[in-house]
Design a protein around this ligand. Structure first.
Ligand code: ZZB
Length: 258
């Protein structure tokens, strides 16, 4: 599986657990399949109870992600020694909640790290960039945080990190409109980020239609089809050192019998 790794720069004031690395640029790195949607980022998701590591790349940058993802990166020659990750620190997601980030192409700056409880440990980097206009999971989770003050309080999230951020229309999808995830969450009557089955259906609908029929509404490739610009936008971000390609081995276990 090929992902685009989006380098989301941590801004001052740095969270306490990252202050020791302030002499180098620090990035939370998010794995995405939709680089063309980066215009619509409103926040970054972390899982509060999950372990993340801090490590240095061979380009003198500090990355934060799961150890599993860092090891994959080291095999892709992103660390000094192939297959080896020098762990500077292990931290919990909750220790970097509420951090301010600058993320490539985003129309909001800064955006903040917020809690999402459904992040999977064995996929991507454990850091997820949020595009509520086009991702039902992101819309449902952002809406939960907006509607539930106790949820914000529980994680020490200030109102101004959540309330001003609205889904940004970035892709027009025939029949689904320019906020396809919002449309899909309404249509499938999704109540919260825990409506897993309905969210899966919603995701399938917007993924397919968005990819084949979606037209970009913003940026230099405005008016072009998503399927024609996805690779171009990925390449532009890589050339601007805002992103890198990240591969993940399929986790099929090959077993032989007989
Ligand atoms: C931005 C984005 C914009 C995404 C969109 C999706 C959509 P898949 O198909 O299941 O592999 N993601 C990445 N890592 C994780 C994780 N560890 N746990 C939970 N979610 C994760 O899904 C890949 C997508 O799931 C990634 O692409 C990321 O969100 C999220 F408009 O990045 B995406 C209809 C989806 N639209």
């Amino acid at each position: 599986m090929e992902y685009t790794l989006i380098k989301m720069k941590v801004c001052d004031p740095l969270p306490k657990v990252l202050q020791a690395y302030n002499n180098k640029p620090i990035y939370l790195v998010a794995a995405t399949l939709r680089p063309e949607t980066m215009y619509g980022q409103t926040n970054c998701w972390l899982r509060p109870d999950m372990d993340y590591i801090v490590f240095e790349t061979k380009f003198n940058e500090i990355f934060v992600c799961t150890y599993r993802a860092a090891l994959n990166m080291s095999f892709q020659k992103m660390t000094v020694e192939v297959g080896k990750v020098v762990v500077l620190a292990t931290i919990k997601g909750e220790q970097i909640l509420g951090a301010a980030l600058q993320s490539p192409l985003a129309s909001y700056s800064p955006i903040y790290t917020l809690p999402m409880l459904t992040i999977k440990e064995d996929k991507g980097t454990g850091i997820v960039t949020s595009v509520p206009s086009d991702s039902p999971d992101d819309y449902a989770a952002l809406r939960d945080l907006k509607n539930k003050a106790p949820l914000r309080e529980k994680y020490g999230i200030k109102d101004e990190m959540v309330l001003p951020f609205e889904p940004v229309p970035i892709v027009e999808v025939p029949e689904l409109g320019n906020l396809s995830a919002v449309y899909a969450c309404d249509r499938f009557k999704i109540q919260s980020q825990n409506d897993r089955d309905k969210l899966q259906e919603a995701k399938e609908l917007v993924y397919l239609k968005g990819f084949y029929d979606g037209v970009l509404l913003v940026g230099p490739h405005k008016g072009k089809k998503v399927q024609d610009v996805k690779k171009v936008i990925q390449k532009e971000m890589i050339e601007a050192a805002q992103a890198v390609i990240y591969m993940e081995p399929e986790k099929t276990i090959i077993s032989r019998s007989g």
